[in-house]
Design a binder for this molecule. Sequence first.
Ligand code: 13P
Ligand code: SF4
Length: 326
Amino acid sequence: MIKQEWKEKGFIDEPVAAGTDLKEEIRRLCKEKNAVVLAHYYTAGEVQDVADFVGDSLALAQIAEKTTADILVMCGVHFMAETNKILSPGKKVLIPDLNAGCSLAESCPAEKLAEFKAEHPGYKVVAYVNTSAAVKALTDIVVTSTNARAIVESFPADEKIIFAPDKNLGGYLNAVTHRNMLLWNGGCHVHEQFSIEKIVELRSTYPDAKVLAHPECKSGVLALADFIGSTAAILSFAEKSDAQVFIVATESGILHEMEKRCPEKRFIPVPPSSGQCACNECGFMRLNTLEKLYNTLKYEWPVVELDEELRVKAKEPIVRMLELSK
Ligand code: 13P
Ligand code: SF4
């Protein structure tokens, strides 16, 4: 029975009995219910450690499409769980906290994009995966940071394109693909705040360090980067590189996997422009706690549901992306 107060909160806050081994219980429930836990690299380390799969947004979408599990629990943000539901309508898709939104997805309301589209007839719409299902339904193709460049390049050079919602990723893509896509003015509150001054300072302290940046960062940060890529690409660059020290301009949850894969290397998170805190965390991603994950598996709630007509419309541009990413 799902209590009204949980529905109002958007998550289950039932206290877990003292002495419960949460990780063991989560694994037991997964086995009992044929459930899999998917986690993004930005979640807390302990959530990543208990998950069946950890990945970037493309990998998590690809897993959702293929898995034979009956239940998918998405420890990430809402658009990721929605993508899972779009691709796997027959599965029960759960998210530990319905409040796990995304500032970037919220920067592009579907009705505003529809107006913008109507003002620009003849334009194709390319949308970053960090968007709602309603926005995806308005687009020609979805991209993630892993495949965005290749997908934009798959359009004829003179194709007129609207790119939404991240203006930083869009600007970066325009620069590397020599396009002139019209950019939606959206951004991520985490990636927009990395301090250029702190990167310059860290660089002078560690002259041999490599600066790694996610393309959602501002152009000034990207200009200082030795490598720009998605979370998965950043991880693989750090693994293969001969460098021993890395200055990391993306959400700090990724350091968990970096340190696991490369225990002998040093990873320094870039601090935000304001405040002294050395961490840059996505508060939405961190809403996924072990307690909530356990309760979600136990009660099979919160469930992510979608209107069927919308789901079918939103699926087309995601499937096009997955086809081009094989
Ligand atoms: P990735 O596509 O690199 O996983 O990034 C997702 C995201 O939310 C970045 O902020
Ligand atoms: Fe969204 Fe930014 Fe959080 Fe990524 S880091 S999920 S873009 S708010």
